[in-house]
Write a protein that binds this ligand. Sequence first.
Ligand SMILES: [Zn+2]
Length: 296
Amino acid sequence: MKTLTSQSEHYIELINEYKRNGKAVAHFNISNLDQARAIVEVAQELNQPVIIGASEGEREYMGIDMVRTIVNELNQEYDVPIFLNADHTYTLEKVQEVIEAGYDSVIVDGAKLPYEENVALVKQCVDYVRAYEEKTGKRVLVEAELGYIGQSSSLNTALPAGVSEENLTTPDQAKDFILRTGVDMFAPAIGNVHGMLIDATEPALHIDRLKEITAVVDVPLVLHGASGNTDEDLMGSIDNGVAIIHINTEIRKAFRDGEMSYLAEHPNEVAPYKFGHQGQEEMKKVVRAKMELYMK
Ligand SMILES: [Zn+2]
């Protein structure tokens, strides 16, 4: 039986164990309970831990405390560990909110800021989280991102402005950034992009750059914006230090497509649990395929 009290110690140990074994833990975002349950049902079926993410927009829609309550309840109902991550959080105030609400980890996103300002913001948040830990004994993991990869989990017609090869994370910067901020996990820009292109192939990941970064940093690396990347690229990233992979746009699209196809066939249906169920079934296919890949 799992215990909720020591969950975050377990969390970092588990991620490090996956990293050592050349595997990755799946991170999927939610906007509602249907999506949360679909993710956890697959995790249970595959007997794998999973990280549920809620960005600022997603948790404001669902309620910051409500998301925590839902994940607590799922942890009671299912046997696999389910962690709750506050995805992309842009200010110290918002970090404080999720720490007070009991989230297991938080991503401080200063990636759009000039380098020194990014370092300063992340350091300030790490200091706050460590002080909170001293006071309460609750360990919360902090992740930060360096190198701009866009911001929305949406279907796009072009790459987001500001995403370019010059903005890929360099090994020197990664090393300096991790040392100066003290983050537990690090998200580099290696050709990964938030969102997914509608009519074009997603750019390939720069696995060589990832290798150079992995050679000089110790903390687990997190791959954001992995929707649309090929299985080969995802496997290549796992083989080279990535221990957590974020997918949002692909599951959002599957969920929406499932609901749309149900409603196209049953235009007079009004019961959300019917078209919601079809959304879940389509989404579960994507969740299952990704989790199976990360376990290989
Ligand atoms: Zn992200």
